[in-house]
Design a protein around this ligand. Sequence first.
Ligand SMILES: Nc1ncnc2c1ncn2[C@@H]1O[C@H](COP(=O)(O)OP(=O)(O)OP(=O)(O)O)[C@@H](O)[C@H]1O
Ligand SMILES: [Mg+2]
Length: 508
Amino acid sequence: MPWSVTPEYELLLKLNNTIIRNRTRESLFGAIASEIKKIFHYDRCSINLYDPATQSLSYFATADGIRPDGITCRTSRPLPKGSVANRVIETRKPVIIEDLSKDPGLTTADTMLMEGLTCTMAFPLIIRDDFLGSFHVAFKKQPEDMEDLMSFLEDISVQITIAVDNMLSYEKLKKINEKLEQQKQYVLRKIDRLDKDFYFTSDLMTEIMNDLDLVANSDTSVFITGETGTGKGHIARHIHNLSHRREQLFVKVNCAALAPTLIESELFGHAKGSFTGAAARRTGRFEMADGGTVFLDEIGELPLQSQAKLLQVLEDKSFERVGESRPISVDFRVISATNQDLKKKMREQKFRRDLYYRLNTIHIRLPPLREHPEDIPLLIRCFTTRFAERMKKPEATYSPSAIDELCRYRWPGNVREVQNIVERLMIHRGGHMIMETDIRQLLHSVEPGEAPATEDKFLTRAEMEKRHIEKALAACNGAVGGKHGAARLLGIPRSTLQYRMKKLGIST
Ligand SMILES: Nc1ncnc2c1ncn2[C@@H]1O[C@H](COP(=O)(O)OP(=O)(O)OP(=O)(O)O)[C@@H](O)[C@H]1O
Ligand SMILES: [Mg+2]
């Protein structure tokens, strides 16, 4: 049947529509093949994908017309040397074989001839210099006007390339999306577990925890204060998990660990090339938290200059990336925390009063452990069970007098310190009964000459923190970072510890 060039543009348009509409390889290929078939007759039509890494071919979708035996579109096969596809890959040009029986170099000719095919054409599918594969049509009887047909198919193969490329990208994105969804479900399951891992029984803590439901459901700023290790970070995440924002990100910003020169680009992002070192565009933490929560930890450490900028962002709920002038509007909730005395910082003009009031709509004060010692036995029990499970060791048990001794201790490092002590006891005494003397030795094995911890009430907060850090450093033989370092022991990032050490004048 003679074919006509006139519907060419119509076909190109239809192919375009096909590219947009179809969501599976089979339906896309089926639609392409049926449009082509309306213009001219072929006996076989297929698209090969080529993988240069493994030098193998696979069918993009099941071939139309005469089909080879035993080859499915998903299985890949080594690229046969001397095949039509091989010639297209090597030359990156169309290959036309008018009479298969007269091409002795073509190793796959016999198979095609056996199926009755005598003539074939193949076109490379190349996009942005990437060789995706080849588009093949084959005939039992050589068609008329081969030259015109060839240039027509060459045009069409450009559309097919776009269609194939689109579909491959779509599949890749779909896979990434599915993986992200799985990871999200995993994280959400972990969140549920995280909430169960917070232990308390005292009236003081119960009252605070009961209020959190109400706090979580409003969108107002929450300001958490409390000594180190009282659970501020944990509570911030818990509020996010209870809120309607729980499916979006909880983005933590450790204000103490941010390099002062990079704070703004870290928080608000930057445009590519906006300063030396800005090699690519960066999304800031506030933008990442869209729909979720920004947790500004150790807010007291934020330099004055950045405090002004932060206040403006909190008021406007919009900001610009460094080096850009387009404002970005973001929907986030702010939770901030500090273990510092911000009122004192305000008096010293080191913290902006207006920012303080902006952050402090709801204030949660987490009490130090010495104000709710009735939680200590529960914490010890729960941490012991947790570490025994993790270490796959039998639990350590505590004599009543050992528990009394633990309850009398002042716990300057609060719950974090309980956690660390229990971990240490589990490492050394898992499966054993722990006695009062063991506890005394452990808690008071401080440097000679140091006042016993029960006298800590005469120390200033900074002195207490300094002692606490020095004790951790001594226990870690001076190592700050790493698996056996003090940062890990104290449960804080290495950068935070280094910052605190500098501030308190501690050297290793
Ligand atoms: N009631 C609790 N039950 C179980 N774990 C707790 C509890 N309180 C705190 N923790 C744990 O103690 C550790 C310290 O808590 P967190 O990091 O939240 O303290 P923080 O108040 O933020 O301290 P810092 O001021 O030093 O940053 C964490 O591992 C946290 O999970
Ligand atoms: Mg913290």
